[in-house]
Ligand binder design. Structure first.
Ligand code: NAP
Length: 304
């Protein structure tokens, strides 16, 4: 049996169309478009590529961008000044500090993220928004975990990647009551928030990590597997059962320089019911969810 392939590029494009439609209607009504500020420090090629992609997707969605590029030698105070200015700027609805920060600045990431106004924290990483997630409240949820949930909705719907659908409204929000989910990875960025989103949808959630004993046996129990580890092809075909939905968050660079996930895609796709590819899976959805959050933040501002 071959699994349903959850094409993130296709799903993200439908989200972009939805967001574009809403941005157009609301921009006409309120006379201004949503605004996203992206702060890039240093010249890490991967970060530069991500920021470039975010700018292009924002333009397609009808979101205006405010880019700040700082040298790797920038001080914490300099970055803070930009964050404070964007916090005050009424045209900016969302602020994204591109991570990882270079060199010693990386140890300042938590402080800098905490300086972003929580209502503009479209990456959903501010401790206030993470606290609200823990309480089952709040609106701005981190982009990658949110993208994971949208992939699970697609897996459980009658819609197939590539179908000619007009809106993501045609993909119902899935109730995961009775389903066992195993999240591999417990980072603040992915593993923990995705676990709480799964719990919010009534899944029974196990969080596995590097100290988990007999990981393959734990994963084999799962109806939903989320792999967020950073270890190439850790999850093998004999780790999953035939009804499992497998969501691969991992991004690993192979010796050949290509990108691959935490799941051995070719073999696992023959053994489970639905699976995300890498590249072309969750990563695409992460960017779409950033636009989604920027729109939510704009709508909240406009409703005040
Ligand atoms: P991270 O902070 O390094 O966390 C990795 C987690 O995996 C840790 O909880 C670690 O356990 C666990 N782990 C490590 N080795 C393991 C093993 N052998 N068995 C079981 N668990 C193990 O990484 P992250 O930020 O969560 O990112 C995870 C992956 O997702 C990376 O490849 C990253 O590039 C990718 N990512 C992708 C996107 C996207 O948009 N697609 C976004 C963010 C991240 P301990 O806690 O015990 O150390």
């Amino acid at each position: 049996m071959s699994a349903k392939i959850l094409d993130g590029k296709w799903l993200a494009s439908i989200y972009e169309q939805d967001i574009h439609r809403q941005c157009q209607t609301l921009s006409e009504k309120f006379g201004s478009a949503p605004g996203l500020a992206v702060i890039l420090v240093g010249d890490n090629p991967a970060s530069k590529a991500y920021v470039g992609r975010k700018g292009k997707v924002a333009a397609r969605c009808g979101i205006q961008t405010f880019d700040t590029r700082l040298a790797a030698s920038a001080s914490k105070e300099e970055i803070l000044e930009h964050i404070v200015a964007f916090n005050k700027n009424p045209e900016v609805d969302g602020i994204l500090l591109q991570l990882p920060l270079p060199g010693e600045l990386s140890s300042e990431s938590d402080d800098l993220i905490a300086a972003i106004a929580p209502e503009k924290d479209v990456d959903g990483l501010h401790p206030f928004n993470q606290g609200l997630l823990l309480q089952g409240k709040g609106v701005l949820r981190s982009c990658t975990p949110l993208g994971v949930m949208k992939m699970i909705d697609l897996a459980l719907s009658d819609v197939k990647s590539g179908d000619d659908i007009e809106s993501t409204d045609q993909i119902p929000v899935a109730d995961l009551s009775g389903k066992k989910a195993v999240v591999i990875g417990r980072s603040v960025l992915v593993g923990k928030p995705v676990s709480f989103l799964l719990l919010e949808r009534n899944a029974t959630v196990t969080i596995a990590h590097s100290r988990t004993k007999d990981l393959s046996a734990v994963v084999r129990e799962a109806d939903i597997v989320v792999a967020a580890v950073g270890k190439e092809h850790l999850v093998k075909s004999d780790w999953v059962h035939s009804n499992a939905i497998v969501i691969d968050v991992g991004i690993n660079r192979t010796e050949q320089g290509t990108l691959t996930g935490d799941v051995a895609f070719d073999e696992v796709a023959q053994a489970c019911s639905a699976i995300t590819p890498v590249p072309g899976g969750v990563g695409q959805m992460t960017v779409a969810m950033l636009m989604h959050n920027t729109l939510l933040s704009y709508m909240a501002r406009m409703s005040q």
